[in-house]
Write a protein that binds this ligand. Structure first.
Ligand code: NDP
Length: 294
């Protein structure tokens, strides 16, 4: 099967579906990523803060698939923000992944209370891009105001903004600002994982009656319908699983199309309630985490 590709704003291409490894324990990461690669995924999304980059690198080497055919994305944690520390964060990540070049390196969060540090970190990403150490750069969890400020103080438009998007939290305003800047929106918790693995104010997207009704129409699962909703609206998705049958299920989403009415019905499920931390509460004091050397 040929995976649809998205062209980023610097001309490089990225598979529209990738594989996430947040909360995948380090000792299970290699097996999960090996299963994903043998299923057909060619994009892996990890992060320094997940402490499992080494397992991702091992799986990529074990797979025997040429490095050039796999798109590797990782994220710099806030503790490593600052020009020199972010340059060094690349060395730590590349060392753990066992690669010379990372396809997409992004800032994991804005630090709204210390935005100057966020800017310094982004300038380091710009340098890494100029040096050919990364093929594209981007951000995560940036709201419209963070993008506006970043654009006014740095040169390169992020290729990607990785944000929480699922049927119960669509973030339409951020999707619109990404589009205005030519940034690809990458949906984290694309099947609403955060609605069922973390206590929140609403139930699980997997049990939603509208999504289940649509799934039954197509003989598909709720997870597959949610992934289809993102893909048809132009977003990139990175579903996570450690379960081989689900890893396969989440990749089997290219043989049906939702109607415009069904896409609208899923859009209408938005509650406006975020599952992840409010951007303003992200501080080094609360969320600081030492990222080990390679
Ligand atoms: P997902 O929406 O991908 O859901 C993952 C959860 O759903 C896991 O509990 C998994 O269980 C379960 N699951 C997976 N497939 C199915 C299925 N077909 N049917 C039923 N249950 C299923 O949520 P995530 O929050 O993990 O987001 C995906 C990725 O996004 C992360 O892994 C990470 O790469 C990224 N992310 C980024 C964040 C950021 O701040 N930038 C924040 C959060 C995530 P099991 O594994 O047991 O099968």
């Amino acid at each position: 099967m040929t995976i649809p590709q998205l062209t980023l704003n610097n001309g490089i291409t990225m598979p529209q579906i990738g594989f996430g490894v947040y909360q995948t324990p380090p000792q299970e990461t290699t097996a999960a990523v090996e299963t994903a690669l043998s299923t057909g995924y060619r994009h892996i999304d990890t992060a320094a803060a997940y402490l499992n980059e080494r397992g991702v690198g091992d799986a990529i080497r074990n797979s025997g698939i040429p490095r050039s055919e796999i798109f590797i994305e990782t994220k710099v944690w806030i503790t490593d923000y600052g020009y020199d520390t972010t340059l060094h964060a690349f060395d730590k990540a590349a060392g753990k992944l066992g690669v010379d070049q990372i396809d997409l390196l992004i800032l994991h969060q804005a630090l709204p209370g210390e935005f100057g540090r966020t800017i310094d970190a982004y300038r380091a990403l710009e340098q890494l891009l100029a040096d050919g150490k990364v093929r594209a750069i981007g951000v995560s969890n940036f709201m419209r105001e963070h993008l506006t400020r970043l654009r006014s103080e740095t040169s390169i438009v992020p290729a990607v903004n990785q944000i929480e998007v699922h049927p119960y939290f669509r973030q339409t305003d951020v999707l619109t600002s990404d589009e205005e800047y030519g940034i690809v929106s990458q949906a984290w918790s694309p099947i609403g994982g955060i609605t069922f693995y973390r206590d929140g104010s609403h139930g699980s997207t997997l049990e939603d009656p509208v999504i289940n009704r649509i799934a039954e129409n197509y003989g598909k699962t709720p997870a597959q319908v949610m992934l289809r909703w993102h893909l048809q609206q132009g977003r990139q998705v990175i579903p996570k699983s450690v379960t081989p049958s689900r890893i396969a299920e989440n990749f089997d989403v290219f043989d049906f199309d939702l109607t415009t009415t069904e896409l609208g019905e899923i859009d209408a499920l938005d509650t406006g309630v975020r599952g992840g931390p409010e951007p303003e509460v992200v501080t080094l004091e609360k969320f600081g985490l030492d990222i080990p050397e390679a």
